[in-house]
Write a protein that binds this ligand. Structure first.
Ligand code: ACM
Ligand code: ZN
Length: 753
């Protein structure tokens, strides 16, 4: 310990000011004994992710406005980073590279503290704040811990004495930002890098190329951005954008200063339509192509038979490598339809001359050839788990996204794995699929792994795909879920109970508020239920969160605070909004409700619906809740390959004027409208009278997701029983990417009026 006065609150309070004057420095001002207990509560500040070891000491301090910050010259970037953060907090640090004994805050390296290069210690003790990193990167995490302690408060900042010893469990703690489907501005990306660093996340996986947009300037191929960065916006204009090489350098340097490695992803051989729109000569057919405007998987991929493709890609990668010092380069490799290769003489010739079995081995050849190029430049290849198919070059890293199977297979074969399964890590998914608790339950190590295999799991990533999340929606998708990911990757899975973690998150919101992060909700905010009461349809808005206030509008009328179930007389468009502790949330729930004669009646079904798309069971078809364009909204009942026959017994003969069945089409997800819907009526449940046939009016090729009402007007006819049959298309048609696979029917309601 250097020779400095020790300021303990209970020892020095009374003569504090005199003492400071006497010695001529203003380290800490100890707090008053009489408020100590109160402050103790107040100073139980949360660091998130949870530290591995934190011990509180008796000491209490108040940070003066001006003080000195010391680090050796070689740690100047860390010193400046901390200084910038402190200035943002209204403090006035003075930097120095000499005379540590005169400084209040000391930054230093000590490789002895741990073998883990990211380890750090933070001491608030004996009148000093000491930040120690095993390396500069560890030191960066000490800075972020201190920053979090201060960000939770307003001036004057108070600190409790403490000793922290901390290090991450996993080395790879990442976020994928898809800046291709929607372009995100450079400053937005930088803001995310800083938010990652604040939570000790150390990888930005920058998804820069896609079917819908090429986002990185490549000087040798200017059309990649002149053409490939822009797509039709549907209104006669263009949508897009790209990063110049200068901007990329700026982002990479900004990240480096914060201990975040930027790993670029250049997709190949698939998800390449934007590049092929610019340079169609590298496709199998020669094009021409447009930059894609729909979401999905597309068959235009790079030609594997033509050497000029590899020259093109290697030239691109050469420029990429010059911009990104990352030892790892992500080359995608996912979702590669083989249709073009199957029909391309050059690709077929390659299969023959290389002695390959089929197009899967051709994919493997493609990836290996690129992998060899990267290896020759001392870089490691990362690819999505499809790169395992057909064999994988040594040292390649597999990013497992289709569950854990890719990770399991990779580590079994001795390949390192990054684990980001759709089940836990896809932050483009809604809260009904992945809520905060679900993320917190994630363990990147596949079940049953040996210790050698587990050691190959580098860590995990949250994947922020942006099809449905332009820049202004990203905060509410990423936060607060990334807090769970950050903690389980840093502190270890289930380091504490979910309930304790959630308590920490509540404190942490103060930090997010200060940084203007427009975080979303932790879980599904409301379950919309309907129930019949005295023949009337009532809507219940159920929420599990007692801190949440729920508001609703009916058909764009005024906003009402929900307290009790409310009645729907005929049809209603509900718009539901949420507030929590004074914060208004982005998330809105839209729900259409239709009151009708079959509400509350359990119909008889002739088919089996899929467990994942049950609509809550047979009653889901008469509960009055109509489906949205999202097939996963809980209102749709899905049947795979079969016709759907639904029978409703109204209990007594009723006058009927109108019948409607609602179906969804989303051909990308193999969901098609029925070819036709037939209706019958009966009084006795034995003899059925045909009422009419409603044919499908839409084109199965129509790309968008939409509902169609199969409607039939009746002339005040009386029936007790109504039967409906929807005839499936059976299989996906010839022209479809999944031609021959069973087609889905998705139905939301049988409406009887
Ligand atoms: C992926 O989600 N296609 C990696
Ligand atoms: Zn080809």
């Amino acid at each position: 310990m250097p020779n400095i006065p020790i300021f303990k609150a209970h020892q020095v309070f009374y003569d504090m000011r005199i003492f400071i004057l006497l010695i001529g420095w203003s380290l800490f001002i100890s707090s008053c004994n009489s408020v100590q207990n109160e402050q103790q509560e107040e100073l139980d500040l949360a660091i998130l992710p949870l530290t591995q070891n934190l011990e509180y000491l008796e000491e209490r301090y108040e940070l003066p406005q001006r003080f000195k910050l010391y680090a050796k010259k070689e740690l100047q970037p860390s010193l400046e980073l901390l200084s910038d953060y402190l200035k943002d907090l209204g403090l006035e640090p003075e930097l120095q590279n000499e005379r540590p004994e005169t400084a209040l805050v000391i930054l230093e390296l000590n490789p002895e503290i741990s073998d883990n290069p990211e380890a750090y210690e933070l001491w608030i003790k004996d009148g000093k704040i000491r930040l120690v990193g095993a390396t500069a990167q560890g030191l960066g995490w000490a800075i972020q811990s201190l920053r979090q302690l201060l960000l939770q408060q307003e001036m004057p900042y108070r600190l409790r004495g403490m000793e922290i010893k901390d290090a991450p469990k996993f080395a790879w703690r990442g976020l994928l930002l898809d800046c291709s489907r929607h372009f995100m501005e450079k400053d937005f990306v930088k803001r995310y890098i800083d938010l990652l660093a604040l939570h000790k996340m150390n990888r930005l996986h920058w998804h820069l190329t896609e079917d819908q947009g090429w986002r990185i300037e490549i000087k040798q191929y200017p059309k990649l951005t002149e053409v490939g960065a822009w797509r039709d916006d549907g209104n006669g204009g263009k949508y897009g954008g790209f990063y110049t090489q200068e901007e990329i350098k700026e982002v990479v340097a900004y990240a480096e200063k914060r201990g975040v490695l930027v790993v670029p992803e250049i997709e190949l051989p698939g998800h390449a339509q934007a590049a092929l729109a610019a340079y169609p000569q590298h496709s199998c057919t020669g094009g021409p192509f447009e930059v894609e405007t729909e979401w999905g998987v597309f068959k235009e991929i790079y030609c594997a038979g033509d050497d000029s493709t590899f020259i093109f890609l290697e030239n691109i990668l050469t420029e990429v490598l010059a911009l990104f010092p990352s030892p790892y380069i992500h080359i995608g490799g996912d979702e590669v339809p083989k249709y073009r290769w199957e029909n391309c003489p050059k690709c077929q010739n390659r299969i023959k001359t290389e002695g390959l079995q089929d197009e899967h081995e051709l994919q493997s050849y493609f990836i290996q050839r690129i992998g060899d190029f990267l290896a020759s430049k001392n870089r490691k290849l990362i690819g999505w788990d499809e790169i395992l198919e057909g064999g994988l070059a040594e040292g390649a890293i597999v990013q497992s996204w289709r569950g854990f199977d890719g990770a399991k297979a990779a580590i079994k074969e001795g390949h390192p794995a990054i684990v980001s399964p759709t089940s836990h890590a896809y932050f483009d998914y809604g809260l009904n699929d992945i809520d905060l608790e679900k993320v917190y339950s994630f363990n990147p190590i596949p079940e049953g792994s040996s210790s050698e295999e587990a050691a190959l799991v580098l860590g995990g990533e949250c994947n922020m795909w942006s099809e449905r999340a332009p820049q202004d929606k990203v905060d509410s998708k990423v936060f607060p879920r990334i807090l769970a990911m950050a903690e389980l990757l840093w502190s270890g899975p289930k380091k504490r109970s979910f309930s304790d973690f959630k308590t920490g998150v509540q404190t942490h919101y103060a930090i997010l508020d200060k940084l203007e992060v427009n975080y979303g909700l932790e879980t599904v905010p409301v379950t919309v239920k309907t129930a019949l009461k005295e023949g009337q349809l009532f809507v219940h808005l159920l929420s599990a969160d007692s801190n949440q206030t729920t508001f609703y509008r009916v058909n764009n009328s005024g906003k009402v605070r929900y307290s009790n179930p409310f009645k729907i007389d005929s049809s209603a468009n509900l718009s539901i909004e949420f507030e929590r502790k004074g914060k208004k949330y982005e998330e809105k729930v839209e729900q259409k409700i239709q009151a009708h004669l079959a509400n509350g009646i359990r119909p008889k079904l002739s088919y089996e619906y899929h467990q994942n798309y049950s609509a809550g069971g047979p009653e889901g078809l008469t509960d009055g809740k109509l489906g949205s364009s999202n097939f996963k909204d809980g209102n749709w009942q899905g049947c795979w390959g079969d016709d759907m026959e639904v029978l409703v017994d109204l209990g007594e003969s009723k006058t009927i004027n109108y019948l409607e069945s609602g179906f969804l089409q989303y051909n990308n997800a193999w969901i098609f409208f029925p070819q036709k819907v037939e209706y019958w009526g009966s009084e006795d449940g034995k003899n059925y009278e045909p009422l009419g046939v409603v044919k499908n009016q839409s084109n199965p090729k129509e790309k968008k997701q939409f509902r169609q009402a199969f409607q039939l007007e009746l002339k005040s006819q009386k029936f007790r029983y109504i039967k409906m049959k929807a005839y499936t298309l059976g299989i996906c048609p010839e022209w479809h990417d999944a031609a021959g696979s069973k087609a889905w029917l998705f139905m939301d309601e049988l409406i009887i009026i």
